[in-house]
Ligand binder design. Structure first.
Ligand SMILES: Cc1cc2nc3c(=O)[nH]c(=O)nc-3n(C[C@H](O)[C@H](O)[C@H](O)COP(=O)(O)OP(=O)(O)OC[C@H]3O[C@@H](n4cnc5c(N)ncnc54)[C@H](O)[C@@H]3O)c2cc1C
Length: 304
């Protein structure tokens, strides 16, 4: 059985990867370590779900037998969610198979006996294209595909013997500060065009009227320390339906993190600001005038 195999320790990302893989027109099989997750993934359109069973619940411990399994199956591509654990697994599997691997791609296509990937390099300034001939392992970050519900794939069980090199010592919750920008449907993003920390309140009122979260650039987060997390190549990747940039210049490192937003609105005093090239609607103007105006208009339109 040839085709594409998919795994992520984050089920939502695994579902996205299934959609992405299906675009190649090949059979798509998704791997899972947990029965409930396997059953949930069956409803996202894969041809098959393979439930791995063995004496470990750590995916990395199955890297060697999984590599042998993928080889036996004649897999052409193993797509792995680019999480910390996914990257670990992908590297081990590519190592055991002695095949090519590309990390954190922005796009992936399969055809003519090769896997073609694109990924950003030099801080997002350049897109690099890479082709791998034969079997390939590719890691894909969240947000590259859209999970689509549908179908009821068969769940088959595969017994594998874990090598137990990794051991789970403790599981502890990470206390996240700030809002979950990656999951936000609408974002009002502030940049260094904002003069004072107190002015975030003004952006928060616009966000409130829109039903949005407030995000920021790295400069606001790391230099000024006004907000705990930021958007961009070294921060969060976001994919909201609406992204409103206020006083954001739109440097490439920032734009890489928000360019998949459906609608981008930018307000900037500098008509040459690069953010306008990434925007669907641009207003050359002062956000200190425009934010209160927009907030008022939106509230009026909603009848609040
Ligand atoms: C390796 C590397 C990684 C990086 N990663 C990231 C990243 O992940 N995310 C990120 O955001 N940055 C990142 N950066 C930083 C990035 O290059 C920019 O410096 C940063 O995004 C700029 O932030 P800014 O838009 O808030 O500020 P600025 O570039 O200073 O822009 C402020 C803008 O506000 C406008 N403005 C001023 N006053 C007003 C007003 N009253 N009304 C409207 N507009 C106004 C100005 O015209 C200007 O365009 C990275 C840099 C490096 C080197």
């Amino acid at each position: 059985m040839a085709g594409i195999y998919v795994y992520s320790d984050k089920p939502a990302l695994a579902a996205e990867l299934v959609s992405l893989a299906k675009q190649a027109g090949q059979p798509v099989n998704v791997l899972a370590l947990d029965k409930d997750i396997a059953e949930a993934l069956a409803g996202y359109g894969p041809d098959k779900v393979i439930l791995i069973q063995g004496d470990s619940n750590i995916i990395e411990n199955y890297a060697k037998p999984l590599a042998a399994f993928l080889k036996d199956e004649g897999a052409e591509l193993f797509l792995v969610g680019a999480t910390a654990r996914g990257r670990d697994l992908a590297a081990r599997i590519a190592g055991y198979l002695g095949c090519g691997m590309v990390s954190d791609v922005s796009s992936v296509a399969i055809g003519d006996g090769k896997v073609s990937c694109e990924r950003l390099i030099y801080g997002g300034a350049v897109t690099q294209a890479e082709d791998i001939e034969g079997m390939a392992v590719v890691t894909v970050p969240a947000g590259r595909g859209e999970a689509v519900k549908g179908g009821a794939a068969e769940v088959i069980t595969k017994q594998l013997i874990a090598d137990k090199k990794a051991e789970l010592v403790e599981t502890a919750c990470i206390v996240r500060e700030g809002v979950d920008l990656a999951a936000a449907d609408k974002i009002v993003c502030i940049g260094l065009g904002m003069d004072k920390k107190e002015d975030i309140q003004m952006a928060a009122e616009l966000a409130d009227a829109l039903g949005a979260e407030v995000g920021c650039t790295r400069s606001i987060c790391e230099e000024r320390k006004w907000l705990p997390n930021y958007i961009g190549i070294s921060g969060e990747t976001v994919k909201p339906s609406l992204y409103v940039a206020m006083g954001v210049s739109g440097q490439v490192q920032h734009v890489v993190g928000m360019r998949d937003a459906k609608v981008v609105v930018a307000v900037n005093t500098n008509e040459k600001a690069p953010i306008f090239a990434a925007a669907d609607y641009g207003i050359v103007g002062d956000m200190y005038e425009l934010i209160p105006l927009l907030t008022k208009e939106i509230k009026n339109a909603k009848g609040a």
